[in-house]
Design a protein around this ligand. Sequence first.
Ligand SMILES: [Zn+2]
Length: 398
Amino acid sequence: MKRDVGQTTRDLRRHNRTSVLTRLYLHGPASRFDLMRATGLSSATVSNVVTDLVSDGLVAEAGLLDSDGGRPRTLLEVRPGYAQVVGVDIGETHVQVGLFDWTLETVATATYPMEEGRPDPAVLAALVTAGIDEVTVKAGADASAVLGVGVGVPGVVLPDGLVHAPTLGWSGVPFDALLRPHVQAPLHLDNCARTLGQAEVWRGAGRGAQRAIVGLLAVGVGAAVATGSPSGVTSTTSEWGHTVVEAGGAACRCGSRGCLEAYVGADAILAHYGQIPGAPELSGTGTEARLGALVADSARPGAAAETVRRTAEYLGIGIANLINLLSPDRVILSGWVSAAMGPSMLPAVRDAMGRHTLDYLSGSTALELGRLGPEQVAMGAATLPVHELLRPGSRSRI
Ligand SMILES: [Zn+2]
């Protein structure tokens, strides 16, 4: 039974270490006393764990905090220089690779526009590999020191690593197997809405929320439901884009009609604009450039303004449905379409949301735009290796 005792002691030690590290990672600087209160661990245990974390380079002292009457307390924080992580955004219009420190500050990025439609998975895998090389060279980083590589895909990743991504035309693509021979660090794949939700709650507009819904607006439309607890944040995806907002409405690529994505997805917005009689041709090539031109044109009355107004109405209905169903305390709109249209569209979205949400729920739900900047989806993917590091029972090198 000796082995069992040893095993249990190791498990307990790892659990204590994970509790302290997660508290510092998600909630910022804290004293040993704060850590004791937050984790329920004894003073001696917190002291031992902190000593280990400092000597391993994960945590550092961050100055003194005056305490009433007593002696000042030393603040502790996670040390950004401990490790770097890579996050990959496989979008429908571009591939972006970001190198971040493990606290998710951006170190370097590489972005490649891609042919829209049905990209060849092998070509995308080569772009990802080139991007990892580019960001590590740009940053003068050592590729072997990267903690892990997270890849966010606009689809479902099954346990066997096969990816189903209708917006890319992928059905059962072994993307993990295509990448693995070229990536030295541990590789993690997941749905990009789920990982973006995780990043918004860890570092963006969802911080401190009890239940945040993070909508990812791009060509496809997804959402993650992120729930916070003292020990961390869990995030699950939902097929928000395929909830119906108009009976017998616009055809959706999923085969149904009237789906939210068929009204607020980037392609759907541009298609609607193109059908308005007399709508001027939008400048630029590619979905992102044309949508940017539409937003710029919407400042004056006309087809672009009408398109933005209509998009806001359907988006508000979609958000109201989420609120009525799940009563989140915060809804966050993220993704490149939200970054492009959000600032000009937000008042109209709030108005539509208010008209379709039950009164007693609308007052307790805030609607905000994401705050993670242009690398948001890559940053979301970069949460995957960090999540693995913070997971109790993790095999990462902590
Ligand atoms: Zn659909």
